[in-house]
Ligand binder design. Structure first.
Ligand SMILES: Nc1ncnc2c1ncn2[C@@H]1O[C@H](COP(=O)(O)OP(=O)(O)O)[C@@H](O)[C@H]1O
Ligand SMILES: [Mg+2]
Length: 245
């Protein structure tokens, strides 16, 4: 077995994967320049795994998360969610996938600063078709889980960075997603605040039965993961830590 096959095997759990990529490639072209971020990337993630995605700045972490989330399309290859090819999704199926199956948390939050914390968690549920009463009840519950029960009426623009990140976590979980994708969720936070968000991520991962993929530079966060995937020079390698029962 050569090194490439070995790598492919270790990152692919086969039919048990909730999320899988097959020979995934992303090449950006600008003018005559070609940026090959990765090629032939094979990755499989089992339900319930807590996966850290690490690698230097520019190694392709955000690009990979965008492809997994159907926010961008691959140059070659395929992403499978629950065995279904994302490339075969119609536009409404893609929208449903992004709104209902995935929760996102980004380094820079795309919250609505003029709206309250509660409204920020309610809105994605209304888009998903939930009744306002139910949406408000769930938003209150989620804001309680992230420790913001007393801030639900405050405008998000007035909250601290750590508080905003917790609103973002509550919002990510609003539609009971199967997957949590996070791009450097502690990147803009000070050490203590980052620590609190890491604890929350781990607790929410368990209590909401999520499958989580978190791109991170934070060693403490990477240490909590079952698996660490490292992107470097267009290749994915991994270290596996046995799952804690
Ligand atoms: N829209 C784009 N157009 C051209 N190049 C891009 C684009 N997005 C990302 N890249 C390039 O792809 C590479 C990977 O970027 P990125 O996925 O953001 O890395 P990371 O998140 O690991 O820092 C970088 O070289 C970056 O410059
Ligand atoms: Mg990035």
């Amino acid at each position: 077995m050569n090194a490439a096959e070995d790598r492919q095997q270790t990152t692919d759990p086969g039919p048990w994967a909730i999320l899988r990529t097959e020979n995934l490639a992303k090449i950006f072209r600008s003018g005559s320049e070609e940026i090959v971020v990765f090629e032939d990337l094979n990755l499989g993630i089992r339900p319930g795994e807590f996966v850290a995605l690490v690698g230097e700045s520019g190694s392709g972490k955000t690009t990979l998360l965008h492809l997994l989330a159907a926010l961008d399309t691959p140059t070659k290859g395929e992403v499978y969610f629950d065995g279904k090819r994302l490339s075969e999704f119609r536009e409404d199926e893609r929208a449903l996938y992004r709104n209902e199956k995935i929760g996102f948390v980004w380094q820079m939050q795309y919250l609505l600063p003029e709206f309250s914390a509660l409204e920020n968690v309610v809105i994605p549920q209304l888009i998903g078709g939930r009744q306002i009463r139910d949406a408000r009840a769930r938003a209150r519950e989620l804001l309680g889980e992230v420790g913001l029960e007393n801030a639900s009426g405050r405008r998000v623009g007035e909250l601290s960075g750590g508080e905003q990140q917790r609103v973002a976590l509550a919002r990510a979980l609003a539609n009971q997603p199967a997957l949590l994708l996070a791009d450097e969720p502690t990147g803009s936070l000070d050490h203590r605040t980052a620590q609190r968000v890491i604890d929350l991520l781990e607790n929410l991962h368990r209590s909401h039965h999520l499958t989580s993929v978190l791109a991170t530079h934070n060693r403490d966060l990477a240490r909590r993961a079952n698996r660490t995937l490292r992107l470097a020079n267009g290749r994915l390698t991994e270290t596996v830590v046995p799952m804690v029962p």
